[in-house]
Ligand binder design. Structure first.
Ligand code: ADP
Length: 413
């Protein structure tokens, strides 16, 4: 604490101002301060001892005067008495000591002895230096006491704050535990719900596809009623397709988060993975997807399917969130022991504030939410999880109106 206080003094602009103490608080502190003293240092004992000390000082003065041929400092012993009293018992007893020793000095030491002269001008002038010295001693003692009281107050305040902090900490730990439990419950719910949904959705889709296949065999001669039925079934097929991919994403994130999904690492070529993904995505979307590679092979020791899944997420997002006629660019480089994949689009871009959140589960930008683009906000969270489990990094750089580039860095084999 001492060093901390010292540091505060060295930088005055950082000085912490103590709040002025209220009278009530000062009174409480004074009481506490007095109660902490041993019985013999309490003020009542101080008054008694100041009389005894002054008496001893007078005796000492007489003794020296009788021993020494010349004795010039009759006030020395008395001043010493005042000093001791103030040092041991504080202000009030020291003031009493000043008063009695002034009277004693007046009575025994200043000629003519045996009479009180303090009320005469001569007596007063002779006594003033002694009285002033006594008061200065009492004043210094008062300052010392007040400083001690302030320290006591500051210590108490510190203790109160420490207790408050401890309480807040306990509360925080409790809240954290509750949050953890709620999170686990949510993950379990997502996992159970997705499992339960998967079977009926697959059955509905399978049935719809079966009937669609049968209908397609009689292509030419479908009645108008059958044509309506076919278009309804096609819609069911589309929507259940979306639901299937949603459920798959939900299952995926819950298995990744619970640590159930193990990585099956093997040696694979990143260029080959990207080529495969680009081919598929080109076929599905009819978009212009360009690949730039610095070398023919970039070998990694990774779970190839999972890394392919990351590239699919990034490329399909680039396709989804950019105009149909704009190209999507994929670039692979290797540098300083890492492979760097960049997926660039020329879409609307992502606002700086939103960039911080896009890797969070279920986060979708307001733009994406208000658009017809379908999504759950899980793809990037899954990708981040996968990349980080491989010891890599994923991030985004984007400028509104110019497009976005997603970066994936993975350690080379
Ligand atoms: P979603 O299923 O919604 O696409 P993602 O986790 O893949 O979920 O992406 C999260 C959000 O990040 C998206 O909803 C979208 O708002 C934003 N986003 C992702 N990729 C891009 C991109 N290439 N351009 C603009 N916004 C993007």
């Amino acid at each position: 604490m001492a060093t901390a206080l010292k540091r505060k003094h060295t930088t005055p602009e950082q000085k912490v101002k103590l709040a002025p103490m209220s009278f009530q608080k000062a009174a409480v502190l004074r009481r506490q301060y007095n109660e902490e003293k041993p019985w013999w240092r309490r003020a009542a004992m101080g008054f008694l001892f100041s009389i005894l000390f002054v008496a001893a000082a007078v005796l000492g003065t007489f003794l020296l005067r009788s021993i020494l041929p010349t004795f010039r400092f009759p006030s020395a012993f008395l001043l010493m008495a005042v000093l001791f009293v103030s040092l041991i018992w504080g202000v009030a007893p020291s003031l009493l000591a000043v008063l009695i020793s002034t009277l004693a000095l007046d009575y025994y030491a200043i000629p003519p002895t045996g009479v009180i002269k303090v009320y005469t001008l001569d007596g007063l002038l002779q006594l003033i230096p002694f009285v002033v010295s006594g008061f200065v001693i009492a004043l210094i003692t008062a300052q010392r006491e007040s400083a001690r009281m302030r320290i006591l107050g500051a210590e108490q305040e510190l203790q109160e704050r420490a207790e408050d902090l401890e309480q807040a900490n306990l509360h925080l730990e409790e809240t954290n535990q509750q949050l953890k439990e709620a999170n686990q419950l949510k993950d379990r719910f997502i996992s159970i719900a997705s499992h339960e949904l998967k079977t009926p959705i697959t059955t509905i889709r399978g049935q719809a596809q079966l009937v669609l296949r049968r209908l397609s065999k009689q292509n030419g001669n479908l009645s108008p009623e059958m044509m309506t039925m076919r278009s309804t079934l096609e819609k069911i097929n589309d929507q259940t397709g979306r639901l299937t991919s949603l459920v798959d994403e939900l299952l995926e994130i819950s298995s990744l988060r619970s640590g159930k999904a193990e990585l099956r690492k093997k040696e694979c070529d990143l260029v080959e993975i990207c080529r495969g993904v680009i081919e598929d995505q080109q076929m599905l979307s009819n978009r212009d997807i360009r690949l730039t590679v610095a070398s023919d092979k970039v070998m990694l020791l990774v779970d190839c399917d999972r890394i392919a899944q990351v590239i699919v997420n990034l490329v399909s997002n680039a396709i989804k969130y950019s105009p149909e006629r704009s190209p999507v660019e994929v670039e692979i480089n290797s540098q300083q022991g890492n492979a760097l994949i960049q997926v660039r689009d020329h879409g609307k871009g992502i606002d700086k504030d939103q960039q911080k959140h896009i890797f969070e589960t279920f986060y979708r930008t307001p733009d994406a939410q208000s658009s017809a683009k379908f999504g759950l906000g899980l793809g990037l969270a899954i990708s981040k999880d996968i990349v980080e489990r491989h010891g890599g990094r994923i991030w985004c750089e984007s400028q509104v109106g110019k497009g976005s580039t997603f970066f994936v860095e993975l350690p080379l084999k």
